[in-house]
Each structure stands twice: as C-alpha cells, then as structure tokens.
Write a protein that binds this ligand. Structure first.
Ligand SMILES: Cc1cc2nc3c(=O)[nH]c(=O)nc-3n(C[C@H](O)[C@H](O)[C@H](O)COP(=O)(O)OP(=O)(O)OC[C@H]3O[C@@H](n4cnc5c(N)ncnc54)[C@H](O)[C@@H]3O)c2cc1C
Length: 397
C-alpha cells in the first residue's frame, strides 16, 4: 500500500493551498482530484488581504497579483438613486503589504498552485483520482482512490476533506450539515463589454442594492461578471435564455444584444457542518460550510480553515498525534464560520435586496455613518477584509 503523511481530497482553491503549505513545510502529501483538472467554472474571484498574506508566505502572492487586478476600492450602490458608499482598502496601507483585494478567478489560482505542486519533491498530484472510500485505523487513515482502471489504497496519517459542497467524505462521516437553502437561485453572466463605459465611477467590485433586482458587479482581467438572483420555480431554459440575458443588461446599461461568455445558475446555501474534525479526518472549505457569495468570503474562509488546520497537522506530525489540536481547529474555525461568515453574508444579502423600505433606509444610513467615521470605517474595512475573524479564531483556546 502506498504510504504518505497527508492526503488532500479535492484540488479546488482550498485543497491546493493546504497541499502546497504542507509540502512547503516538508511533509509528504498526495493531492487527489476527481476531475481531469482544477474545475474551470466561474466562482470565487476575490482574494482578501490576509489571504494574500498567506499566499505570500508560500511565495505565490506576486503570481496571483500578476494574473489578477488590484481592487482597493469597493462600492455599495443604490441602483434607484445612484447613491454610492465607498470603502478604500488603501487605508490599511502600513498595516498590510496588500491594502487591496485581488480580483482573479479561483481556478487560475488553483491551477497555478497545482502546477507548483507537480514540480514539488514532497508532493504527488493526481487528477482523475476520486476518493471512493476511507477507513480510520488505530494509527491513521486508509483511503481508496478510484481511477479509470483501478482502485488504489493509500495509507496516511491524516485525510483533509477539501472535496467541496457535495463532499462525499462529509456524507460518509454522517455529520449534519445544518442550515438552509435559499429558494431563489443565482445567475452569473460574463461579458467583455466594458460596463464602466456605461456606469459612472464604477469600482471593480460593486454590490448594487435594488428591491427589484439587486446585483453584484465584479471585474476580473478578462471579463465583467454580473450576479443576479432568479426567482424560484423559473425553468433553467428561461434563466439561460437570451430573453433573460437581455432583460438583465437592459436594466443594467440600457442595452440588449450584449454578448456573454458564461451564463451559469447556482443554488445557494447557508450551511455549516456540526463538527469539522473526526479523528484523523478533517473538513475544510465548502466541504465544511457553504454561504452566499456576497462579500467574497467562501473561498477565503476555506483557505483560512486550511491554513489553521495545516498548523495543527504539522504540530501533530512533529510531536505525535494529539486529538486536542484538531479539536482546537474545529473550535476556532467553526466559531468564526458562524459568528462572521454566516452572519455577514446573510446581512449583506438583506442589504442588497432592500426588504422593508424603512429598514433599508436605516441600513443605508448605518453604512453612511460607518463610512463617515474614521474609526468605524477602519473597523469595517478590517472586518470585511476578514482580519477580525482571523483574530477572533486565534483568540479561542
Ligand atoms: C457565483 C459564486 C461566486 C463566488 N464568489 C466568491 C468570492 O468572490 N470569494 C470567495 O471567497 N468565495 C466565493 N465563492 C465561493 C467559492 O467558490 C467556494 O467557497 C470555493 O470554491 C470553495 O473551495 P473548495 O476548494 O473548498 O471547494 P471546490 O472549489 O468546490 O473544490 C472541490 C474539489 O473537490 C473535487 N472533488 C469532489 N469530490 C471528490 C472526491 N470524492 N475525490 C477527489 N476530489 C473530489 C471537486 O472536483 C473539486 O475540484 C463563490 C461561489 C459562487 C457560486
């Protein structure tokens, strides 16, 4: 049986990051991915400053910045009145090397790290290798990997489940995935049309609130991405039709016939696994928690999970297995998943969709008050950049 120290299931942004960190720390790691490459779909595109600091520790930040766009400014916009509340991460200059978000597709980052791993002497990267079973033994875990023609068993000290929202590992563990699924779905469209030619003072990241159709506008190097909600029970054919697409662009820039690259429908959940650690198997990223994408926290928080867990696994590999350190990982990351990621994304959605008019006016007044008060603004910037949640996790013992 092949033997390694850590198996990471899933070559998304979270799994590749975990595997690379462990390999850089000198541990033998196998990264196995069911698909033929790092999935190319349009999902996360925002890297927050602390995530860039982590990438920097791995020597990857400059590469990601080169493949992305620096976005120091983000906007909350009122579609009906044109009102804009601006936040500028440049205010964090002096506190971080990266006082900006980087807009870069997650698959670009995962692909770049997978390439680095392929060349790394401590790493073994296996695409088209699906985890189909695992079993915990007294001293480790045995994992079965399925390829087109065989099933191979691998023995390891630890298994990191970074196998995404449908995680089969989480399902085998039988852990509850508590929370709810939104009735509406989200549609993402991409276009090479320059939206800034139509919308004055458009930031690269804009959260646009509107009681009729809120939206998120995100620039990545090759395209603008537009995210809108679609009502429940609408058939996929209609959501993906030119008629729907024209409706979105008519509302946005007063144009129809705009060409799009992608049109993708997502079901959106707010769910957190009841526990993140099970003996020598731990859940990270979407396998452990799902949230709506408003704020750009899903991938970033998954990477923060992986960072935290790698520290604990590294400690255990040096000093011998200690259940307490994995328990601490669970306590730290699960707490901030609830207190910040889940709470903030739900709050962001409420702000964008308006809800009751007087509540909305109050929420917007609060945003203005934050942006006009230097101390509150700094706290807001740090919180939205995810520094606060990392500090809160570290404070848990
Ligand atoms: C429209 C949209 C926009 C988003 N925008 C943002 C954003 O701006 N910022 C942000 O932080 N987050 C964002 N997110 C969330 C983000 O995309 C996810 O949180 C992120 O992809 C999670 O990464 P992951 O590596 O945990 O899982 P995934 O990216 O889902 O990767 C899991 C991998 O595991 C593989 N796998 C599955 N089963 C197995 C198996 N049995 N064996 C081996 N491999 C397996 C899969 O093929 C996949 O490659 C967005 C999400 C959506 C839908």
């Amino acid at each position: 049986m092949t033997r390694t120290q850590v198996i990471v299931a899933g070559a998304g942004p979270v799994g590749t990051m975990a595997a690379y960190r462990l390999a850089q720390q000198g541990y033998d790691v196998i990264l196995c991915e069911a698909g033929p490459n790092c999935a190319q779909d349009l999902r996360a595109s925002t890297f927050h400053p602390p995530t860039l600091e982590m990438l920097d520790e791995l020597g990857m930040a400059d590469t990601i910045i080169k493949h992305g766009l620096k976005a120091p400014i983000y906007h909350f916009r009122e579609r009906q009145t044109g009102e804009v509340v601006e936040f500028d991460l440049s205010e964090l200059a002096g506190k971080t090397k990266f006082p900006f978000r980087v807009q870069c597709e997650q698959h670009v980052m995962a692909g770049l790290i997978a390439d680095k791993l392929k060349a790394h002497p401590k790493a073994d990267v296996r695409f088209n290798n699906k985890v189909v079973a695992f079993e915990q033994t007294e001293n480790g875990v045995e994992v079965a990997l399925e390829t087109a023609f065989s099933i191979e068993k691998i023995s390891a000290d630890y298994l990191i489940a970074a196998d995404g929202g449908n995680s089969i590992i989480r399902k085998w563990l039988g852990v509850e995935f508590e929370g709810f699924t939104y009735p509406e779905r989200f549609l993402t469209l991409s276009t090479t049309v320059e939206l800034a030619d139509y919308i004055d003072n458009l930031a690269l990241v804009s959260y646009v609130s509107d009681p009729k159709e809120w939206m998120v506008l995100l620039r990545v190097p090759s395209v603008w991405r537009i995210l809108v909600p679609v009502k429940e029970n609408q058939p996929d054919e209609w959501i993906l039709s030119d008629e729907k697409k024209d409706q979105v662009f008519q509302n946005l820039i007063g144009e129809t016939g705009v060409e799009t690259g992608h049109r993708t429908i997502y079901r959106v959940h707010q769910r957190v696994a009841k526990k993140f650690n099970f003996g020598r198997v731990c859940l990270v990223g979407d396998a452990a928690h799902l949230n709506n994408p408003l704020g750009g926290f899903g991938m970033n928080s998954g990477i923060h999970d992986a960072w935290n867990l790698c520290d604990k696994i590294s400690y255990n590999l040096k000093h011998g297995h200690n259940e307490n350190s994995l328990e601490l990982f669970d306590r730290q990351r699960r707490a901030v998943t609830h207190s910040f990621i889940q709470a903030q994304t739900m709050q962001n959605k409420k702000l964008l969709e308006h809800g009751d008019a007087s509540n909305h006016a109050q929420r917007y007044a609060e945003m203005h008050a934050i942006s006009n008060d230097p101390q509150k603004r700094l706290e807001f910037l740090r919180r939205q950049a995810m520094y606060t949640s990392l500090a809160e996790a570290d404070a848990i013992t």
